[in-house]
Design a protein around this ligand. Structure first.
Ligand code: NAI
Ligand code: MG
Length: 335
């Protein structure tokens, strides 16, 4: 059976890490049919718009996409393609598993956290305007519908994965209405899940807590901006952005992408770590019900990194992106 997947290679290190991921996923023997689509600057050049309709249609049709990072101009230019895509497809939940890998023991013990980020509103509504010269306003939108939906997603995920505790993260002491509503919806949903412990933390305290006692936490559910920031912070607990995978879920549709961005500082040098996107590819396999193939990808990553000591530069190794992928492909094909 052929499985059609929309492939957004993105820019910066995107083409390098997506090429590595496609090779690793194909090594499992699954018959993928990739539908490549440009996004961002590349799409501007080809189609005159950063998020072409053909790309959106392709994801709608295939229901699954693998996506590399797309650069967003800072302070000017087009709006984030990543944010727009999440909105267009209503990919309301970003799921980022933060786990210590056997190859990267680190200072924080055996971290096993899940970050669940609300993905469609909050301060990413893109509603900004100049009130009068020298005064601008960014609108933070929090709705009962989206807050309830993300809370329910977090509880359902926790239950399915046998997780025991969910912590809502907010700043409801200051933003009493917006974060207050987010927290209220979380508490209402929590009542439907008496088997799961529900509590909450104020976001600045949470940032300290995950560094000092990360093993105490299980699932975190956060509004958009806090989820974005704490995802990168948590990545730092387990080896950095080079290893943390992610997925964006809507109703019956999913886009798999790493937490990291396009890393322009190392782009085009064949040195980026493709592990984060490869692990996102592992999540894609699980989503498609291909658990055995997903297990083989995870096992290959552990063997190549932990046992054979083959790593990219961000983890202190000397392997290039493509050499690392070569080792994984050989491992999967021989395993
Ligand atoms: P970034 O995540 O691209 O890079 C931060 C740091 O981590 C850099 O030093 C980079 O070299 C390193 N890094 C990231 N991924 C790595 C990997 N796979 N292997 C080794 N090192 C890695 O964040 P930054 O620099 O703030 O953003 C760059 C661009 O990416 C911006 O235009 C931003 O808007 C965009 N971005 C896109 C995302 C997406 O497409 N989903 C997500 C985050 C940022
Ligand atoms: Mg981010």
């Amino acid at each position: 059976m052929t499985i059609a997947i929309t492939l957004i290679e993105g820019d910066g290190i995107g083409p390098e890490v997506t090429a590595a991921t496609v090779r690793v996923l194909e090594a499992t023997g699954v018959d993928f049919e990739w539908e490549p689509h440009p996004a961002g600057v590349a799409a501007m050049d080809e189609h005159g718009e950063p998020l072409p309709e053909a790309l959106v249609e392709s994801v709608r049709r295939n229901k699954v996409a693998l996506k590399g990072p797309v650069t967003t101009p800072v302070g000017r230019g087009f709006r984030s393609v990543n944010v727009q895509l999440r909105k267009r497809l209503d990919l309301f939940a970003a799921l980022r598993p933060i786990q210590t890998l056997p190859a990267i023991p680190g200072h924080f013990g055996n971290v096993d956290l899940v970050v669940v980020r609300e993905n469609t509103e909050g301060l990413y509504s893109g509603l900004e305007h100049e009130v009068v010269p020298g005064v601008v306003e960014s609108l933070k939108i929090i709705t009962r519908a989206a807050s309830t939906r993300i809370a329910r997603f977090a509880f359902e995920h926790a239950r399915a994965q046998g997780r025991k505790r969910i912590t809502a993260v907010h700043k409801a002491n200051i933003m009493k209405l917006s974060d207050g509503l987010f927290l209220q919806c979380f508490r209402e949903v929590a009542e439907e899940y008496p088997d799961i412990r529900a509590d909450d933390r104020i976001v600045d305290n949470m940032a300290m807590q995950v560094v000092v006692r990360p093993l105490k936490y299980d699932v975190l559910v956060l509004p958009n901006l806090y989820g974005d920031i704490l995802s990168d912070l948590c990545a730092g607990l387990v080896g950095g952005l080079g290893v943390v995978p992610g997925a964006n879920f809507g109703e019956g549709i999913a886009v798999f992408e790493a937490v990291h961005g396009s890393a322009p500082d190392i782009a085009g040098q064949n040195i980026a770590n493709p592990t984060a996107l490869i692990r996102s590819g592992g999540m894609l396999l699980e989503y498609l019900g291909l658990s055995e193939e997903a297990r083989r990808v995870r096992a290959a990553l552990d063997r190549v990194m932990a046992e054979r000591g083959i790593r990219t530069a961000d983890l202190g190794g000397t392997a290039s992106t493509s050499e690392f992928a070569d080792a994984l492909v050989a491992e999967i094909e021989s395993g």
